[in-house]
Write a protein that binds this ligand. Structure first.
Ligand code: B3K
Ligand code: ZN
Length: 861
């Protein structure tokens, strides 16, 4: 392990102390220069804690000047050590001026102020502001910002920051100077600055109370035609938040900038969102239905942060789920209202069952409110975000939509303009509903995936149905003792003659019995309808009962869930040695056939019902993951289905209507079902012509990708030719080339290693661009289980190479890449060995970032 332990001090949630000083106002002045930007910061400070020294955070800064009340400090009056500037002796109230110099062009970590191509861009969450100037870089220090930006007028027509523009002029020497004022006090993680030359799309929005808000979307030159969908999505999000939660936008201007250089999806900076261009730019020829969906949802997400994140922010970073879990929940509800609620929910459930369950079972397991953190960026996780959203969803299930909305209103009223905690949120929900949530609050402090057991007993004589539920949560890497949680379990009883009953069971004990009278016949029970809690379910139901649910349950999610559970059992049977043909009952094929023959209106759901679970979902059913067993069972089942229903796939494919591209629920469903059929048809040896036709006739990216994926998964000869054509056609379009990189990296054959090698020399590939690196390497490690887990360890070595290379450039992205290696203990002996070896190589490196160090050390300890 690297010996350098400097700055490797994990922080604990319980050590929270309020800030010793407040900074009610800050005046920032930037003279932009790619190698030497000068930042002057003038702050008013007020002491909160008697006797405390002033200790400011700073990283990679060259300090030029420190002045208190206009008097320059000598070197002896402050201490510049490690990553802080300490001034021992300061008055109770004073003005502090700090001048620093930074080099955006050298900033490949993309935190703080960096160059995104020729533009300047910032990313301050979580702790990036300290790379811009010395400051109390913590979310509970809220300041009113005034920002002045100066740059060469000709090259930088747009100089942007948060809030309202209050002045702009051009000097005699050709500099542009722009001033901004944000009237809403905010923590420094919400500060943003962007400078560049863009195409600008403009629109406006009239709020419910009649105020006009100017909407501006800045995109790279030549990309304007790809911006309209995002802009319209923004307006839908603004209207939706007014209607659903009565929340209006507060400034007169809302700006969004799209950049190709970004560490994650997007950032909710007050009044000036910065977006990864992947989640803004779309046109029919380049964006898939999935892209359109993501754009709408992320545009919504960042907009919703204006209330849940910006107006009410977090006291400390341990509370991150307060804004993220809640805002993911809000964006999910928004997406559900904009399109297919069932499909949105299925997507959310898939994410929990794959990545989140995996995280709980990994050395990085943590509650949605983590207890201990070394590098905060490592905790922007699927647990904090998506399990966090599930926790909020459970609250809504328990309190009802109306009760939840009242709780939200009280929370925002109480804490507007403040930095709050998860406990504050729970308290508001509790007070607004007069409902004791003390047991529920355990969801915030307990990590791990709860296992729910469910069984039923029916007494025909007394007509009483008895349902028994049990819960247990295994110890996790971070926590050994687990308590009983309050778990909302929605059920549906499917009785004879189409009679149905819905109930909500609140499980509070380890084991609990629920009785229902006057049940005239033994029902099939749909457990955990709509995935009412983020738990694993073990149910006694027969295979027949599962297929019955898949056919008749009211909730589409429950239907999909039942058939997923069915397949998961069948995979287990094949792994245990049974014959794949024999374990599948005729009834299954009859049902699949009837769906293909009469798919009805919800074709997207039918496509989901006809899909096998993915490798990652199945893997989470096992403590020791039988990689080869799962892959082989899936391959066998896929071929059996493809053969048995061959003609039905072909006729369904032909019958689903094809029309000119539109992004709406019905057309998305049509494309999805056709793609599903194509995926199975591809496994027939005579499928080449159809695959080529699908590809060449496509008038949109969804169909193009469907043809490429079908031919790739079935390992057809066509794939190589199609991918070559695709890469050739789009070789100067980065967003589309990312899809080509992804397709190259997810080939199930060994060819993938050569392709990845080749793609690294593509003119558009760059290690400095996170989108490119993720397109190639995350796709490989997260979506190519066959080759990533290649028995000779080649896949692990490739990932280690990418992580090591990336850590020197961009630690945050490197630390995300490494995730699949961390759970090495869950694989067979020889894979364990191979994974451990590559982790050890990384651990032995002398220059590991905190980001990667935290994960590697947790994994190896
Ligand atoms: N709040 C940002 C994420 C910042 C990640 C910092 N490593 C985007 C979002 O969740 O909306
Ligand atoms: Zn967010």
């Amino acid at each position: 392990m690297a010996t350098d332990q400097q700055n490797r001090q994990a922080k604990s949630r319980h050590d929270y102390q309020p800030p010793a000083f407040l900074i009610p106002t800050i005046d920032l002045h930037f003279e932009l220069d790619s190698a030497a930007t000068i930042v002057s910061s003038v702050m008013q400070l007020r002491r909160q804690t008697a006797g405390a020294a002033l200790k400011l955070d700073g990283q990679h800064l060259k300090l030029l000047q420190v002045l208190i009340d206009n008097k320059q400090l000598s070197d002896a009056q402050y201490d510049l050590s490690g990553e802080s500037l300490t001034i021992p002796d300061v008055p109770d109230a004073f003005e502090l001026k700090i001048v620093t110099q930074i080099a955006p062009v050298e900033n490949t970590a993309l935190e703080g102020l960096y160059m995104a191509g020729n533009s300047y861009c910032t990313q301050c969450e979580a702790e990036g502001f300290r790379r811009i100037s010395y400051f109390l870089d913590r979310p509970d220090v809220l300041s009113e910002y005034r920002v002045t930006i100066k740059a060469a007028a000709a090259s930088y027509p747009y100089l942007l920051s948060n809030g309202n523009k209050i002045a702009e002029h051009i000097t005699a020497d050709g500099s542009r100077i722009v001033q901004w004022h944000d009237p809403f006090p905010k923590p420094c993680y919400l500060f943003a600055l962007v400078a560049g030359d863009y195409d600008l799309l403009e629109d406006n929005f009239i709020t419910a109370s009649g105020r006009e808000v100017a909407l501006q979307l800045f995109v790279d030159k030549g990309q304007a035609h790809r911006g309209d969908f995002a802009l319209q999505a923004l307006k839908r999000a603004m209207r939706w938040d007014e209607q659903r939660f009565n929340l209006e936008y507060d400034l007169d201007i809302y700006m969004v900038v799209a950049t190709d250089f970004f560490n994650m999806g997007a950032m909710e900076n007050k009044g000036l969102n910065v977006f990864n261009s992947k989640y803004v730019l779309a046109e029919t020829a380049t964006a898939t239905d999935r892209d359109y969906f993501n754009i709408e949802s992320i545009i919504g997400h960042e907009y919703f942060h204006n209330w849940t994140g910006n107006r009410v922010t977090c006291q400390d970073w341990f509370q991150l789920s307060l804004k993220e879990g809640l805002t993911v929940f809000r964006d999910q509800e928004f997406s559900a209202d904009m399109g297919s609620a069932t499909l949105c929910r299925i997507d959310a459930v898939k994410l929990i069952r794959t990545a989140q369950f995996a995280e709980d079972a990994s050395p990085m397991a943590h509650p949605i409110r983590p207890e201990s953190v070394l590098e905060m960026n490592n905790f922007y996780t699927v647990t904090v975000y998506d399990k966090g959203a599930e926790v909020i969803r459970m609250l809504q299930t328990i309190l009802g939509k109306e009760g939840f909305a009242q709780g939200m209103a009280l929370y925002l009223k109480r804490h507007d303009g403040q930095a709050a905690t998860c406990d504050d949120f729970i308290r508001a929900m509790q007070d607004a509903n007069r409902y004791d949530l003390s047991q529920f609050a355990l969801w915030y402090s307990q990590s791990g995936t709860t296992q729910l057991t469910a069984s039923q007993q029916y007494d025909a004589a007394t007509q009483v149905l008895t349902l028994t539920l049990g819960q247990s949560t295994a110890a996790t890497a971070d926590q050994s003792v687990k308590k009983a949680l309050l778990i909302p379990v929605r059920i549906e009883l499917l009785l004879s003659g189409n009679e149905k009953q819905s109930h909500l069971l609140l499980l509070t004990e380890y084991d609990q019995v629920f009785s229902f009278n006057n049940i005239s016949n033994e029902p099939v029970v749909v457990w955990l309808e709509h995935f009412s809690a983020p738990v694993k379910l073990q149910q006694q139901s027969s295979d027949d009962a599962l297929l019955h649910i898949a056919a008749f349950a009211t909730d589409g999610v429950a239907r999909w869930d039942a058939i997923q559970q069915f397949w998961s059992r069948k995979v287990a049977e094949v792994i245990a040695g049974k014959n794949a043909q024999h374990v599948l009952p005729p009834k299954l094929f009859q049902m699949m056939q009837s769906w293909l023959r009469d798919p009805g209106d919800d074709k997207a759901l039918i496509a989901e019902l006809l899909s096998l679970p993915d490798f990652e979902t199945l893997a989470e059913q096992y403590e020791q993951i039988p990689v080869d067993g799962i892959l082989s069972a899936l391959e066998q089942f896929r071929q059996i289905i493809a053969d048995r229903l061959q003609s039905d796939f072909v006729s369904c494919y032909q019958q689903v209507p094809v029309s000119a591209y539109q992004y709406d629920e019905a057309s998305v469903g049509n494309r999805r079902l056709r793609a599903l059929c194509l995926g199975y048809i591809a496994f027939q040896h005579n499928s080449q012509q159809l695959l080529q036709a699908h590809y060449h006739q496509a008038d949109n990216m969804s169909d193009t990708i469907a043809a490429l994926m079908a031919s790739q998964q079935a390992q057809t000869d066509t794939f190589k030719a199609l991918l070559a054509d695709f890469s050739q056609r789009w070789n100067s379009d980065v967003l589309v080339m990312d899809k080509a990189f992804g397709l190259a990296a997810t080939q199930p054959s060994e060819q993938v290693f050569t392709s990845i090698e080749e793609m690294q020399s593509h003119p558009l590939f760059s290690w400095k661009n996170p989108n490119r690196v993720r397109a190639l390497f995350s796709a490989f490690s997260m979506r190519n289980p066959r080759q990533f887990h290649s028995a000779d360890g080649k896949g692990y070595q490739l990932l280690q190479y990418a992580v090591a290379k990336m850590d020197a450039i961009n630690p945050q992205v490197a630390a995300r890449l490494i995730t699949p290696l961390l759970s090495w203990r869950r694989y067979d002996e020889s894979r364990q060995q191979a994974m451990r070896n590559v982790l050890q190589v990384l651990a032995d490196s002398s220059s590991l970032s905190n980001d990667v160090f935290e994960k590697v050390s947790r994994s190896l300890s």
